[in-house]
Design a binder for this molecule. Structure first.
Ligand code: FMN
Length: 193
């Protein structure tokens, strides 16, 4: 199997965001695997206009467009903001539509509280379904994130390593079967590669 192409999207541009530690850590875990190629996208790097929205802007963000065109799936790292996802994350996801269809998505939830973003992940499921993404059922949750990393972003709890392995194994399985489907099964939503 050639390596699966699975970019990571960090979903918040909040100053002093702790989710950045989580995003860098999961990218590092993914980079260590021979079956995954990845790179980090950060919503803070998207110069989103105030006077337009959605797929009208697709070609203004060619790096993101091409990354998703070539992707087999996506990892979304999102903090929980009032049990929901940041508006900036939604605005970046809404830049594309057909490019996501029949690809896998896996969620990493981040929270200050005890639930590790469980509620924001539940909120994202119906939204990504409308994008045509297929959701894995193994999430990775980071509760109490302020005490899970030190101030330099070093993970303080090694228990996350086997959890990340299970999370990524499931994403790889889903992304692989969907790649096979895109390549072998005709669909009106995409050309078979
Ligand atoms: C607007 C806002 C709403 C928040 N709502 C929640 C929440 O519903 N549940 C929770 O556990 N933490 C909540 N938090 C705390 C975040 O989970 C916390 O900041 C954590 O560090 C992850 O977000 P960050 O990447 O912005 O740091 C909220 C933070 C902000 C800024």
């Amino acid at each position: 199997m050639t390596a699966l192409n699975l970019p990571v999207l960090l979903g918040t541009n909040r100053k002093d965001r702790l989710s950045v530690f989580v995003a860098r850590w999961i990218v590092d875990q993914m980079t260590r695997r021979a079956d995954i190629e990845t790179r980090l996208f950060d919503v803070a790097d998207f110069a989103l206009p105030q006077d337009n929205y959605g797929t009208a802007l697709t070609d203004s963000f060619p790096e993101w467009r091409d990354a998703i065109v070539n992707a087999d799936g996506l990892v979304i790292v999102s903090p929980e903001y009032n049990h929901g996802y940041p508006g900036t994350l939604k605005a970046v996801l809404d830049l594309l539509l057909k490019e996501y269809i029949h690809k896998a998505v896996a969620f990493v939830g981040v929270s200050a509280g005890p639930w590790g973003g469980t509620r924001v992940i539940e909120a994202m499921v119906p939204m990504v379904r409308e994008l045509g993404l297929a959701v894995t059922f193994s999430d990775l949750n980071f509760p109490y994130v302020e005490r899970t990393f030190d101030k330099n972003g070093k993970l303080l709890d090694s228990a996350f390593e086997p959890r990340a392995k299970d999370f990524l194994d499931e994403l790889v399985w889903m992304a692989q079967i969907l790649r096979w489907g895109r390549e072998h099964l005709p669909s009106k939503y995409h050309d078979s590669k």
